[in-house]
Write a protein that binds this ligand. Structure first.
Ligand code: HEM
Length: 272
């Protein structure tokens, strides 16, 4: 069977899955949290390795990853069984490719995927903790820099990457935050930035006790970390640029996103 598999059918099956299940946003979040634990600061290691697929311990049990080993991997299961479990592609490469296909399907930029991320073989190959590696939505400017600078990202990258919140939703039963950042949460465009600049948000507390912000007119929300992008001039200039120029957002997003997906990886190749 393995010899009938090829790259084009894999991409097509991911495209179909994203369209049928409207699961583009969670596939982006899966890749981001696999790669986003990387740090080269006081903490080290954490290159993307699909360690989240083990749920006995480690990344698959991190609170920050709630919904990813369950909802995202269940959605991806038919593709995983056919292509990753037969050895055609590593799980980590499949997660990276799925996010990039999803971005495109939702109207976002073309993102090149390179291949060769080795998979963790067990949960012990996880990083030790999410603390200091993955961001908390109820924190602010200093926290954003503390998390992203040791991954090699500057202020512009932080703003561009945050723009992924133009798609998707917060789920009470996963993060404890609630709502979508934009009205069309399946369209990848620069609406996140235009909303940040144009809407008035009011503080609220979710049923789970989490602080967040909501626009009473549109019903869309923002996390404290999203609003932090307006508080600091070095962030805000980029919010303004991306709100005015979607091409500039896409171009900077692709550079930062590819770097994120490849952080700590060695010897990646252009072709699967
Ligand atoms: C800047 C700091 C960030 C914080 C604090 C943050 C926090 C969150 C939270 C709390 C959720 C809701 C999860 C849920 O309840 O299902 C979420 C969703 C999401 N995040 Fe982020 N995030 C950040 C950065 C990023 C980055 C860098 C990306 C990708 C480039 C990203 C992509 C997404 C996507 C696509 C969703 C929607 C998932 C879905 O609809 O299931 N986020 N984020």
């Amino acid at each position: 069977m393995a010899d009938t598999l090829n790259y084009d059918t894999l991409v097509k099956e991911i495209e179909d899955l994203v369209k049928e299940k409207n699961c583009g946003p969670i596939l982006i979040r899966l890749s981001w949290h696999d790669a986003g634990v990387f740090s080269s600061g006081a903490l080290s290691g954490g290159c993307p390795n699909a360690a989240m697929r083990f749920t006995d311990a480690g990344e698959g049990t991190f609170g920050a990853n709630a919904g990813l080993p369950t909802v995202a991997l269940t959605l991806l299961k038919p593709v995983t069984e056919k292509y990753a479990e037969t050895g055609f592609i590593s799980h980590a490469d499949l997660w990276a490719l799925s996010a990039n296909v999803a971005t495109k399907v939702m109207g976002g930029p073309d993102v090149p995927t390179r291949f060769g991320r080795p998979d963790a073989k067990e949960s012990s190959e996880s990083v030790e903790s999410q603390v200091g590696r993955l961001p908390d939505g109820d924190k602010g400017v200093v926290h954003l820099r503390d998390i992203f600078h040791p991954k090699g990202f500057d202020d512009k990258d932080i703003v561009a990457l945050s723009g992924a919140h133009t798609v998707g939703k917060c789920h009470a039963e996963r993060s404890g935050f609630e709502g979508a950042w934009t009205e069309d949460h399946l369209k990848f465009d620069n609406t996140y930035f235009t909303h940040l600049l144009s809407k008035k948000y009011e503080a609220e507390t979710t049923a789970n006790g989490n602080p967040q912000l909501r626009c009473p007119v549109s019903g869309t929300m923002m996390l404290t970390t999203d609003m932090a992008l307006l508080e600091d001039e070095a962030f805000k200039v980029h919010v303004e640029r991306y709100a005015a120029d979607q091409d500039a957002f896409f171009s900077d997003y692709v550079k930062a996103w590819v770097k994120l997906q490849e952080n700590g990886c060695k010897d990646l190749r252009e072709k699967l």
